[in-house]
Design a protein around this ligand. Structure first.
Ligand code: NAD
Ligand code: ZN
Length: 373
């Protein structure tokens, strides 16, 4: 698949017709294919766009595959209370090859495999960055949101935040780990659930959910999954899930879950895009258990009855992607074969079809786009 991966350092190259201090041994075109939109909910145009130039701190990645996250749909629709750049190239689960780097980049060589994640860069000097919570940085620059993302053949990222991907990795398979995998792995850690305890994954057969089931299992947890329909149940079971509750069939989801887990799960990871499901999780969680908020339905408010919240002493915590260490660890689980990405590959030119299926809730696992078609 790859050609021309010989590493020769510090050779200035002609880039966009100008001599720069970029390092590369690859021939980088001036234009590339990408999917861009000019207004929220507007046409998704598959067209020729300029190849971005990496800044001194950035790498230029030839993105081979990118996962399609529900967040990309939110970004296209513009339904969150946070402005995107426009026009915008979405995407933040990009896996590919470093083809150029700015003069200050020390942690990547040309030819390395790299991943572009949601957190494209952060200031690295504020209090939250200092403590390793860089996704919470108020200066965060977000791939596919405030920084053109991975639905293009060449994308840039701050080298400090870009993920290192082992050379033998399958780039299509590893792509979803860069957001979905990191996010659910971090959310499971945030939940504080211990080996042998029950965790409920609400939205268990979607992109995040299908990875959450596997990370949870490999972390020694017992997994109950909630999603809708037989195909979703089959996927959940094939990933090693123990008990499935179908929200489209259950007459009393709270008691069904409490019964199946002998008193409620010790933790709930909410990855559905349903605010009703999120509020419900405060009812079925076990006394002293933890509800983790991950999915971001539009204008959602989590409602927890104060009396039972106090008497059961439950916790509600937000969890937002993960830091560099979480990323390295999440990729390591993947590399050791402990989690796999249930993916379907489709051409980048067909991105709109993925959004339609996502909106309809019919996707099993994750769609990954191949940027070469
Ligand atoms: P997805 O569309 O692939 O999966 C959502 C799943 O939820 C689907 O399988 C759907 O059938 C299921 N579902 C719908 N209604 C349900 C209900 N009432 N009960 C249980 N399951 C239900 O989406 P995804 O890519 O996995 O993303 C999920 C959400 O997480 C999105 O809002 C996304 O923006 C957000 N997200 C948050 C973070 C973070 O850091 N917090 C990171 C990535 C994505
Ligand atoms: Zn995402």
């Amino acid at each position: 698949m790859l050609r021309n991966t010989t590493v020769r350092l510090s050779r200035p190259m002609v880039f966009h017709g100008r001599l720069t201090r970029l390092q590369s041994t690859f021939t980088i075109p001036k234009t590339q294919k990408g999917v861009v939109f000019y207004e929220h909910g507007g046409e998704l145009l598959y067209k020729d766009i300029p190849v971005p130039k990496p800044k001194p701190n950035e790498i230029l990645v030839n993105v081979k595959y990118s996962g399609v996250c529900h967040t990309d749909l939110h970004a296209w629709k513009g339904d969150w209370p946070l402005a995107t750049k426009l026009p915008l190239v979405g995407g933040h689960e990009g896996a590919g090859v470093v083809v150029a780097k700015g003069k200050d980049v020390k942690n990547f060589e040309i030819g390395d495999y790299a991943g572009i994640k949601w957190l494209n860069s952060s200031c690295m000097s504020c209090e939250v960055c200092e403590q390793g919570h860089e996704s919470n940085c108020s200066h965060a620059d977000l791939s596919g949101y405030t920084h053109d993302g991975t639905f293009q053949q060449y994308a840039t990222a701050d080298a400090v935040q870009a993920a290192h991907i082992p050379k033998n990795a399958d780039l299509a398979q590893v792509a979803p780990i860069l957001c979905a995998g990191v996010t659910v792995y971090k959310a499971l850690k945030t939940s504080g659930a211990k080996p042998g305890q029950w965790v409920a994954i609400s939205g268990a057969a979607g992109g995040l959910g299908s990875l959450a089931v596997q990370y949870a299992k490999t972390m020694g947890l017992r997994v109950l999954g909630i999603d809708g329909g037989e195909r979703k149940e089959q996927l959940f079971k094939s990933l090693g899930g123990e008990v499935f509750i179908d929200f489209t069939k259950s007459k009393d989801i709270v008691s069904d879950i409490q019964e199946a887990t002998q008193g409620g799960p010790h933790a709930v990871i909410n990855v559905s895009v349903s605010d009703a499901a999120i509020s419900q999780s405060t009812k079925y969680v076990r006394p002293t258990g933890t509800v983790v908020l991950v999915g971001l339905p539009v204008k959602a408010v989590v409602k927890s009855e104060v009396f039972s919240h106090v008497v059961k002493s439950i916790n509600i915590k937000g969890s937002y992607v993960g830091n560099r260490a979480d990323t390295r660890e999440a990729i390591d689980f993947f590399s050791r074969g402990l989690v796999r990405s249930p993916i379907k590959i489709i051409g980048l030119s067909e991105l709109g079809k993925v959004y339609e299926m996502m909106e309809a809730g019919t996707i099993l696992g994750r769609y990954v786009v191949d940027t070469s078609r």
